[in-house]
Ligand binder design. Structure first.
Ligand code: NDP
Ligand code: MG
Length: 383
């Protein structure tokens, strides 16, 4: 039996993780959860799964909560750190969304346990901090972002990455497939949130619509697989069936395929020696019509920023991530049009102020400063 601590339990990834646990109750047990404000969803999970520990990040929600005698409730960062390091916890799922997940991901990376990593923003902003800490503490990081889990599975059984020639990261293209940025000025938030293949949290769904998600994933992949950016190609694959492809030096290309369902990478990452069964939707190979197309040329500038970040490392990723988070939030709140998301990122990134100090404090500082800068750009656009 493996005890799972699910950080970000009330979100979309949280829901998929709970489904995998529910279908494998002989092997998996939910020992603890964390969330921010969604008390009603949190209460539902407690009623269904009886976790022993519940971390509520938001202080007023923590104070308002309904107590269950069966759980210990916690709120402070040191209590969260103790829970992450608790001897009963075997697997930590990092499924908090955005930069807010960095603190917990950093603690998890230091734990020496197995981490299932969904929170790509923590790697983009803090890759140079988190990966070395994980290595030092022998923490095993298994990606559950579908593309990265696919790459992980395609590399399985190989000695390392020396024989890898190329890694192709696939992108669905999102709801605005085949539409140029100039055609997207007046799209609504609801249109941008209507992803054709995946049902995800709002932030990552907007990132998919802008394709900034793929740029974040390029940086995430560079860190997780320790390969230079020039190994990675981004390719649009609208059906979201092939989740990524690894081409080896002998000409073999290996891909991982499944219906678009986050429970597939999660079940793989949760497994030990044997795979875990889930009620997946089978692919009908006789009716599959798979297509691929180039990454849109009008997103080359944003892709180039991601490649620059891969090459420079340091705290450049934290700037990119914070600028994007403010841009996305401003679009969702109706402050800027969809096409201005790129402008906020470009202009904030141009004014970047980067230190080479890779401590968690310094990354938090850069995140905070960048948010202030990005908000100024948003203001200048709205005025
Ligand atoms: P959601 O917005 O659906 O869920 C986010 C979770 O994080 C919720 O449990 C939320 O709690 C919690 N949370 C938010 N802010 C804080 C905070 N400050 N402190 C503690 N907890 C917090 O996001 P997703 O599940 O869609 O995404 C999670 C991560 O996984 C993201 O990094 C995303 O990029 C990545 N990912 C998601 C995919 C998907 O299919 N959804 C696919 C691939 C990657 P509350 O509900 O209380 O606010
Ligand atoms: Mg992904």
């Amino acid at each position: 039996m493996k005890n799972i601590l699910l950080l970000g339990a009330t979100g979309s990834i949280g829901k998929s993780v709970l489904s995998v646990i529910k279908q494998n109750q002989n092997e998996l047990n939910l020992i603890g959860i964390s969330f921010n404000t969604n008390i009603s969803k949190g209460t539902e999970i407690i009623e269904q799964f009886s976790p022993s520990y519940v971390h509520i990040e938001n202080v007023s929600c923590f104070q308002e909560k309904k107590f269950f005698d069966t759980c210990s409730y916690i709120n402070t960062p040191s209590e969260l750190e103790d829970l992450i390091n608790h001897k009963e916890v075997d697997i930590i799922v990092c499924a908090i969304s955005g930069f807010a997940g960095l603190k917990a991901a950093y603690m998890a990376a230091s734990s020496g346990k197995k981490i299932l990593l969904a929170n790509k923003e923590s790697v983009v902003a803090g890759g140079d901090l988190i990966l070395p800490i994980a290595k030092e503490n022998k923490t095993e990081i298994i990606p559950i972002d579908s593309e990265h889990n696919a790459i992980f599975q395609c590399l399985n059984g190989e000695k390392g990455t020396e024989d890898v020639k190329k890694v192709i990261i696939t992108a669905s293209g999102g709801p605005f497939l085949n539409r140029s940025i100039s055609e997207l000025k007046n799209v609504t938030v609801n249109e941008a949130l209507a992803h054709p293949n995946w049902k995800m949290g709002n932030k990552v769904t907007i990132d998919s619509a802008t394709l900034v998600n793929k740029c974040l994933e390029l940086i995430e992949a560079k860190y997780l697989f320790n390969l230079d950016e020039n190994y990675f190609d981004l390719v649009v694959h609208p059906q979201s069936i092939i989740h990524s492809i690894v081409t080896y030096i002998d000409g073999s290309s290996i891909c991982q395929m499944s219906s678009p369902d986050m429970r597939v990478p999660i079940a793989h990452a949760m497994s030990n020696e044997n795979r875990l069964p889930i009620d997946f939707h089978s692919l009908d190979f006789t009716s599959l019509n798979l297509s691929f197309q180039e990454f849109p040329p009008d997103r080359i500038d944003i892709q180039n920023i991601a490649r620059e970040i891969c090459n420079k490392g340091s705290n450049y990723g934290a700037v990119f991530n914070a600028a994007n988070e403010i841009a996305v939030e401003s679009f969702i709140n109706g402050k800027i049009n969809f096409d201005k998301i790129y402008e906020v990122i470009y202009r904030t990134f141009d004014n970047k102020n980067v230190s080479n100090d890779l401590s968690i404090e310094s990354i938090n500082d850069i995140d905070m400063q960048t948010r202030i800068e990005a908000k100024k750009v948003v203001k200048s656009i709205t005025n």
